[in-house]
Design a protein around this ligand. Structure first.
Ligand code: DLZ
Length: 206
């Protein structure tokens, strides 16, 4: 049955030539893990190779915009020449986990030793409203931060931030609601599909 909500039935985009980054927060881990699995499942279903999916984590959602920006910058520098990887590390900060991990991903079969920049990055976070204004400030800052990164960086950033009033809303939106009956729909799958669609379209809109 057709539903009013959601992105509609996705066209089958071929993700086999894409490199996708995922940065997820660790707050509210149960929901995060399900969303992450959903995103990876959709990427695999679209043909994105496992070795071309790089996953990073940060403590909370507030850290997502910076992490996405760093991850993308590192992948750009890495792709320009293997010789400037050291310079990239200097540029981005010496002992940065993000820099080290994103620069040390395995090589593709097509171009050994040389990786292309990410075609899209998915930012995943789960904010659950508490008793203070914390939720509003973080939700607003992260939304604007992610938009800024994608427009300034010219890279699609998929908005995988759930802004929830309670735990149950989150479990449902991760497809693990209903106390063990897996009610709801996993929005991570939609984010994986969106990353593939935008990654493909970014290579040519006309
Ligand atoms: C501090 C905090 C709170 C109260 N709640 C959440 C949340 O529901 N989801 C989330 O992703 N992060 C939360 N954080 C952590 C902040 O995002 C951030 O990691 C810290 O303020 C440190 O910058």
């Amino acid at each position: 049955m057709a539903t009013l909500k959601g992105p509609g039935k996705p066209k089958a985009y071929d993700g086999s030539g894409l490199r996708i980054g995922i940065v997820h927060a660790r707050w509210n881990t149960t929901i995060i893990n399900a969303l992450l699995s959903g995103a990876k499942k959709a990427l695999a279903a679209a043909g994105v190779k496992e070795e071309n999916v790089v996953v990073q984590s940060v403590p909370g959602s507030y850290e997502l915009p910076f992490a996405v920006k760093q991850m993308y910058s590192a992948s750009q520098v890495q792709s320009s020449s293997t010789g400037v990887v050291g310079a990239a590390a200097d540029l981005l900060g010496s002992a940065s986990d993000l820099t080290q991990l994103s620069l040390s991903t395995p090589s593709t079969k097509e171009s050994p030793g040389l990786k292309t920049p990410f075609d899209a990055i998915i930012a995943i976070g789960v904010l659950i409203k508490g008793e203070t204004m914390h939720f509003e400030y973080i939700a607003d800052a992260v939304s604007h931060g992610l938009m800024r990164v994608q427009l300034d960086g010219n890279v699609p950033v998929i908005f995988g931030l759930l802004t929830l009033l309670n735990d149950a809303q989150g479990l449902n939106r991760a497809g693990i609601g209903g106390a063990g009956t897996n009610e709801g729909h996993n929005h991570g799958e939609d984010w994986g599909s969106a990353a593939v669609e935008l990654g493909v379209k970014r290579k040519g809109w006309v």
